[in-house]
Design a protein around this ligand. Structure first.
Ligand code: C5P
Length: 233
């Protein structure tokens, strides 16, 4: 189940396909994350193309709308045959339940569904000042994770440093999908709460989402292999 997901934050279909070509000789077919930038630029066809190459896909569109709209949109995404997708837990339990309904196919199968708790870019200070949420951020994350679990979701996206809080509250089976991963000897870029693949494994992440440490590496395949080695082995 555990895996390394490469965040393919490219702005065109050509760029992502050229990047994935590098992995044609790799012993593992990487699980890839397609985010808003690429999806809005290249459309659903890029999902079909990457899927046809045999990659598993996390479609990271972070839906947050009224339950009816989310239900119907999730049906469309489910028909795209992605493996994982997500919503904002802030959309409420009712919205998350609607997402799950929309995602579930007639035969009962569905992609994994995870919820974003609070974005890692949101500080406790901004949560208080901008959002008027007056609780410690760890409590908010644990509460949003519990809401996602109550709605029937498979897990949450959170910082690796929050994975243990989520597991404590929601149980070991509840998935922690964690971006904010950096090698011990590399730059943090704009990420703040970061950790290494090895430490993420120790804390309990189920999936690590790794972007620039792989996509901007001189040798992306070697960087991917290093992630796999540290996280899975
Ligand atoms: O390049 P980097 O490894 O920082 O990429 C991390 C990926 O995870 C990006 O696609 C980013 O949008 C995503 N992400 C994140 N923090 C969150 C949710 C998603 O960094 N809380």
């Amino acid at each position: 189940m555990k895996d390394v997901i490469i965040a393919c934050d490219f702005s065109s279909a050509d760029a992502v396909l050229e990047f994935l070509d590098k992995f044609s000789g790799c012993e593992r077919k990487p699980f890839v994350k397609i985010g808003m930038e690429l999806f809005y630029a290249a459309g659903p066809d890029i999902v079909r193309k990457i899927k046809a190459r045999g990659h598993r896909i996390f479609l990271d569109l972070k839906l947050h709308d009224i339950p009816n709209t989310v239900r119907k949109t999730m049906k469309v995404l489910s028909d795209l045959d992605v493996d994982m997708t997500n919503v904002h837990a802030g959309g409420t339990i009712e919205m998350m339940k609607a997402a799950l309904e929309g995602l579930t196919r007639e035969d009962g199968s569905r992609p994994m569904l995870v919820a974003v708790t609070q974005l890692t870019s949101t500080s406790e200070e901004r949560m208080r000042g901008d959002l008027l949420i007056d609780h410690p951020i760890a409590e908010v994350i644990a509460h949003y994770a519990a809401n996602a679990k109550e709605a029937g979701l498979d897990g949450v996206v959170c910082s690796p440093l929050e994975a243990s809080i989520v597991k404590e509250r929601c149980g070991r089976e509840f998935l922690a999908v964690t971006p904010g991963i950096r090698f011990a000897d590399a730059a943090a870029d704009d990420q703040v709460r970061i950790t290494t693949p090895a430490r993420a494994r120790e804390i309990g992440s189920d999936f690590i989402v790794v972007g620039r440490p792989i996509t901007a590496a001189q040798d992306p395949v070697a960087a991917y292999r290093r992630c796999v080695e540290e996280f899975l082995n």
